[in-house]
Ligand binder design. Structure first.
Ligand SMILES: N[C@@H](CCC(=O)N[C@@H](CSS)C(=O)NCC(=O)O)C(=O)O
Ligand SMILES: [Fe+2]
Length: 237
Protein backbone atom coordinates (compact mmCIF):
# COMPACT_ATOMS: atom_id res chain seq x y z
CA UNK A 1 0.00 0.00 0.00
CA UNK A 2 1.30 3.46 -0.84
CA UNK A 3 1.46 5.82 2.09
CA UNK A 4 0.35 9.31 1.18
CA UNK A 5 2.10 11.25 3.90
CA UNK A 6 1.42 14.93 4.38
CA UNK A 7 4.68 16.84 4.48
CA UNK A 8 4.52 19.49 7.16
CA UNK A 9 7.43 21.85 6.73
CA UNK A 10 7.07 23.61 10.01
CA UNK A 11 10.54 25.13 9.71
CA UNK A 12 8.90 28.05 7.92
CA UNK A 13 9.23 30.76 10.51
CA UNK A 14 9.30 34.54 10.50
CA UNK A 15 11.81 35.82 13.04
CA UNK A 16 10.38 39.35 12.92
CA UNK A 17 6.87 38.42 14.09
CA UNK A 18 7.42 34.87 15.41
CA UNK A 19 4.88 33.62 12.87
CA UNK A 20 4.73 29.98 11.78
CA UNK A 21 3.82 29.26 8.19
CA UNK A 22 2.88 25.67 7.35
CA UNK A 23 3.26 24.04 3.97
CA UNK A 24 1.31 20.81 3.48
CA UNK A 25 1.35 18.66 0.40
CA UNK A 26 0.09 15.43 -1.00
CA UNK A 27 3.32 13.69 -1.86
CA UNK A 28 1.69 11.80 -4.71
CA UNK A 29 -0.30 14.44 -6.57
CA UNK A 30 2.02 17.28 -5.45
CA UNK A 31 -0.93 19.51 -4.63
CA UNK A 32 -0.12 21.80 -1.72
CA UNK A 33 -1.63 24.37 0.60
CA UNK A 34 0.15 26.98 2.66
CA UNK A 35 -1.21 28.30 5.95
CA UNK A 36 -0.47 31.82 7.24
CA UNK A 37 2.32 32.95 4.90
CA UNK A 38 4.05 36.28 5.63
CA UNK A 39 4.40 38.93 2.90
CA UNK A 40 8.13 39.51 3.38
CA UNK A 41 8.80 35.77 3.08
CA UNK A 42 6.44 34.95 0.21
CA UNK A 43 9.35 34.67 -2.22
CA UNK A 44 11.10 32.19 0.09
CA UNK A 45 7.90 30.16 0.29
CA UNK A 46 7.26 30.29 -3.47
CA UNK A 47 10.83 29.14 -4.14
CA UNK A 48 10.45 26.21 -1.74
CA UNK A 49 7.14 25.20 -3.32
CA UNK A 50 8.67 25.26 -6.75
CA UNK A 51 11.89 23.48 -5.65
CA UNK A 52 9.74 20.68 -4.23
CA UNK A 53 7.82 20.40 -7.51
CA UNK A 54 4.56 21.26 -5.75
CA UNK A 55 1.53 23.02 -7.15
CA UNK A 56 0.07 25.50 -4.72
CA UNK A 57 -3.70 25.16 -4.63
CA UNK A 58 -4.58 27.45 -1.73
CA UNK A 59 -2.74 30.20 0.13
CA UNK A 60 -4.82 30.34 3.28
CA UNK A 61 -5.12 32.38 6.45
CA UNK A 62 -6.41 31.23 9.82
CA UNK A 63 -7.63 34.82 10.38
CA UNK A 64 -7.08 38.44 9.44
CA UNK A 65 -3.73 38.98 11.14
CA UNK A 66 -2.92 42.13 13.09
CA UNK A 67 0.82 41.72 13.57
CA UNK A 68 2.04 41.05 10.02
CA UNK A 69 0.91 41.42 6.43
CA UNK A 70 -0.23 38.19 4.86
CA UNK A 71 1.71 36.71 1.95
CA UNK A 72 -1.34 35.21 0.27
CA UNK A 73 -1.80 37.99 -2.28
CA UNK A 74 1.85 37.95 -3.36
CA UNK A 75 1.93 34.14 -3.49
CA UNK A 76 -1.02 34.23 -5.89
CA UNK A 77 1.05 36.42 -8.18
CA UNK A 78 4.23 34.36 -7.81
CA UNK A 79 2.41 31.06 -8.29
CA UNK A 80 -0.35 31.67 -10.84
CA UNK A 81 -3.25 29.29 -10.49
CA UNK A 82 -3.21 29.34 -6.71
CA UNK A 83 -6.15 30.85 -4.83
CA UNK A 84 -6.40 32.74 -1.57
CA UNK A 85 -8.69 31.40 1.14
CA UNK A 86 -10.00 32.81 4.41
CA UNK A 87 -13.16 32.58 6.47
CA UNK A 88 -16.21 34.51 5.34
CA UNK A 89 -16.53 35.90 8.87
CA UNK A 90 -13.07 37.52 8.65
CA UNK A 91 -14.38 40.32 6.46
CA UNK A 92 -11.26 40.06 4.27
CA UNK A 93 -11.14 39.60 0.51
CA UNK A 94 -10.15 36.22 -0.93
CA UNK A 95 -10.97 33.89 -3.80
CA UNK A 96 -12.46 31.22 -1.56
CA UNK A 97 -14.44 31.81 1.63
CA UNK A 98 -14.86 29.05 4.18
CA UNK A 99 -17.02 28.52 7.22
CA UNK A 100 -17.51 25.88 9.89
CA UNK A 101 -17.59 22.39 8.39
CA UNK A 102 -16.04 23.31 5.03
CA UNK A 103 -13.46 20.82 3.73
CA UNK A 104 -10.33 22.22 2.09
CA UNK A 105 -9.29 19.54 -0.38
CA UNK A 106 -5.79 19.04 -1.83
CA UNK A 107 -4.76 15.78 -3.45
CA UNK A 108 -6.25 13.02 -1.36
CA UNK A 109 -6.12 15.08 1.80
CA UNK A 110 -8.56 17.36 3.48
CA UNK A 111 -8.51 20.00 6.17
CA UNK A 112 -11.83 20.50 7.88
CA UNK A 113 -12.63 24.02 9.00
CA UNK A 114 -13.69 24.57 12.59
CA UNK A 115 -14.85 28.10 13.34
CA UNK A 116 -12.95 29.19 16.47
CA UNK A 117 -13.80 32.91 16.91
CA UNK A 118 -12.87 35.01 19.92
CA UNK A 119 -9.39 36.33 19.07
CA UNK A 120 -11.08 37.72 15.95
CA UNK A 121 -14.57 37.05 14.61
CA UNK A 122 -13.21 35.15 11.64
CA UNK A 123 -10.67 32.82 13.28
CA UNK A 124 -10.72 29.23 12.08
CA UNK A 125 -8.83 26.08 12.97
CA UNK A 126 -7.91 23.69 10.15
CA UNK A 127 -8.14 20.04 11.22
CA UNK A 128 -6.74 16.95 9.50
CA UNK A 129 -8.57 14.08 11.19
CA UNK A 130 -6.65 11.62 9.05
CA UNK A 131 -3.26 12.88 10.26
CA UNK A 132 -4.31 13.82 13.79
CA UNK A 133 -3.16 17.42 13.50
CA UNK A 134 -4.76 20.85 13.66
CA UNK A 135 -3.63 24.37 12.82
CA UNK A 136 -5.10 26.65 15.45
CA UNK A 137 -4.01 30.09 14.27
CA UNK A 138 -4.16 32.47 17.24
CA UNK A 139 -7.16 30.80 18.88
CA UNK A 140 -4.89 28.47 20.84
CA UNK A 141 -1.19 29.15 21.33
CA UNK A 142 1.19 26.80 23.15
CA UNK A 143 0.33 27.31 26.86
CA UNK A 144 -1.50 30.45 25.82
CA UNK A 145 -4.12 31.84 23.46
CA UNK A 146 -4.73 34.82 21.23
CA UNK A 147 -5.41 38.13 22.92
CA UNK A 148 -8.95 39.46 22.87
CA UNK A 149 -8.45 43.21 23.25
CA UNK A 150 -8.84 44.28 19.59
CA UNK A 151 -10.37 43.19 16.26
CA UNK A 152 -13.73 42.38 17.94
CA UNK A 153 -11.95 40.06 20.34
CA UNK A 154 -14.15 38.46 22.99
CA UNK A 155 -12.78 36.30 25.81
CA UNK A 156 -16.00 34.37 26.43
CA UNK A 157 -16.32 33.56 22.73
CA UNK A 158 -12.70 32.42 22.57
CA UNK A 159 -13.08 30.23 25.66
CA UNK A 160 -16.17 28.56 24.23
CA UNK A 161 -14.52 28.08 20.81
CA UNK A 162 -11.47 26.36 22.26
CA UNK A 163 -13.45 24.14 24.61
CA UNK A 164 -16.05 23.21 22.00
CA UNK A 165 -13.94 22.87 18.86
CA UNK A 166 -10.33 22.19 19.91
CA UNK A 167 -10.44 20.48 23.30
CA UNK A 168 -13.01 17.99 21.91
CA UNK A 169 -10.42 16.64 19.47
CA UNK A 170 -8.60 13.48 20.65
CA UNK A 171 -5.89 14.17 23.27
CA UNK A 172 -3.19 12.83 20.94
CA UNK A 173 -3.90 15.37 18.17
CA UNK A 174 -0.93 17.64 17.54
CA UNK A 175 -1.62 21.35 17.50
CA UNK A 176 0.32 23.86 15.42
CA UNK A 177 -0.21 27.54 16.33
CA UNK A 178 0.32 30.65 14.21
CA UNK A 179 2.87 32.06 16.65
CA UNK A 180 5.17 31.16 19.44
CA UNK A 181 7.24 33.68 21.35
CA UNK A 182 9.35 31.20 23.34
CA UNK A 183 10.70 28.87 20.65
CA UNK A 184 8.13 26.11 21.14
CA UNK A 185 6.90 24.50 17.95
CA UNK A 186 4.04 22.12 18.65
CA UNK A 187 1.73 20.90 21.40
CA UNK A 188 -1.11 18.41 21.80
CA UNK A 189 -4.77 18.64 22.76
CA UNK A 190 -4.08 16.59 25.90
CA UNK A 191 -1.20 18.84 26.98
CA UNK A 192 -3.19 22.03 26.56
CA UNK A 193 -6.24 20.59 28.31
CA UNK A 194 -4.04 19.93 31.35
CA UNK A 195 -1.34 22.59 31.29
CA UNK A 196 -2.68 25.66 29.49
CA UNK A 197 -2.48 28.31 32.23
CA UNK A 198 -5.43 30.28 30.84
CA UNK A 199 -7.84 27.82 29.29
CA UNK A 200 -7.82 25.27 32.11
CA UNK A 201 -9.40 27.91 34.37
CA UNK A 202 -13.17 28.39 34.79
CA UNK A 203 -14.67 30.93 32.37
CA UNK A 204 -14.87 33.82 34.86
CA UNK A 205 -11.19 33.45 35.79
CA UNK A 206 -10.23 33.17 32.13
CA UNK A 207 -12.04 36.45 31.38
CA UNK A 208 -10.16 38.21 34.21
CA UNK A 209 -6.83 36.85 32.93
CA UNK A 210 -7.60 38.12 29.44
CA UNK A 211 -8.65 41.54 30.77
CA UNK A 212 -5.33 41.88 32.56
CA UNK A 213 -2.81 40.70 29.96
CA UNK A 214 -1.65 44.30 29.41
CA UNK A 215 0.14 43.44 26.18
CA UNK A 216 1.50 46.26 24.02
CA UNK A 217 -0.32 46.75 20.71
CA UNK A 218 1.30 44.90 17.81
CA UNK A 219 3.80 47.24 16.17
CA UNK A 220 2.44 46.71 12.67
CA UNK A 221 -1.30 46.68 13.40
CA UNK A 222 -2.13 49.94 11.63
CA UNK A 223 -0.51 48.74 8.43
CA UNK A 224 -1.34 45.05 8.71
CA UNK A 225 -5.10 45.10 9.24
CA UNK A 226 -5.97 47.35 6.26
CA UNK A 227 -3.54 45.40 4.04
CA UNK A 228 -4.90 42.05 5.18
CA UNK A 229 -8.45 43.10 4.29
CA UNK A 230 -7.26 42.93 0.69
CA UNK A 231 -5.15 39.77 0.82
CA UNK A 232 -2.00 41.66 1.79
CA UNK A 233 -1.80 43.68 -1.41
CA UNK A 234 -3.70 46.83 -2.22
CA UNK A 235 -3.65 45.98 -5.93
CA UNK A 236 -4.80 42.36 -5.86
CA UNK A 237 -6.63 41.76 -9.11
N1 LIG B 1 4.67 41.98 20.08
C1 LIG B 1 4.07 41.56 18.87
C2 LIG B 1 2.62 41.18 19.07
C3 LIG B 1 2.42 40.10 20.07
C4 LIG B 1 0.93 39.76 20.11
O1 LIG B 1 0.12 40.59 20.48
N2 LIG B 1 0.59 38.54 19.66
C5 LIG B 1 -0.79 38.19 19.47
C6 LIG B 1 -0.87 37.26 18.29
S1 LIG B 1 -0.55 38.14 16.80
S2 LIG B 1 -2.32 39.04 16.53
C7 LIG B 1 -1.40 37.52 20.67
O2 LIG B 1 -2.56 37.20 20.64
N3 LIG B 1 -0.63 37.28 21.73
C8 LIG B 1 -1.15 36.64 22.90
C9 LIG B 1 -0.10 36.50 23.96
O3 LIG B 1 -0.46 36.06 25.05
O4 LIG B 1 1.07 36.81 23.68
C10 LIG B 1 4.10 42.65 17.83
O5 LIG B 1 4.35 43.80 18.16
O6 LIG B 1 3.81 42.33 16.67
FE1 LIG C 1 -3.87 37.36 15.39
Amino acid sequence: MTLHILSILSSLFDNETSTYTYLLADTTTKEAVIIDPVLELAERDAQLISDLGLTLKYAMNTHMHADHVTGTGLLKKLLPGSKSLISKASGAQADVFVENGFDVLFGRHQLTVRATPGHTNGCVTFVSHEQGIAFTGDALLIRGCGRTDFQEGNAKTLYNSVHKYIFTLPDCFKLYPAHDYKGQTCTTVGEEKHYNPRLTKPLDEFIKIMENLNLPYPKMIDRAVPANRVCGLYDVP
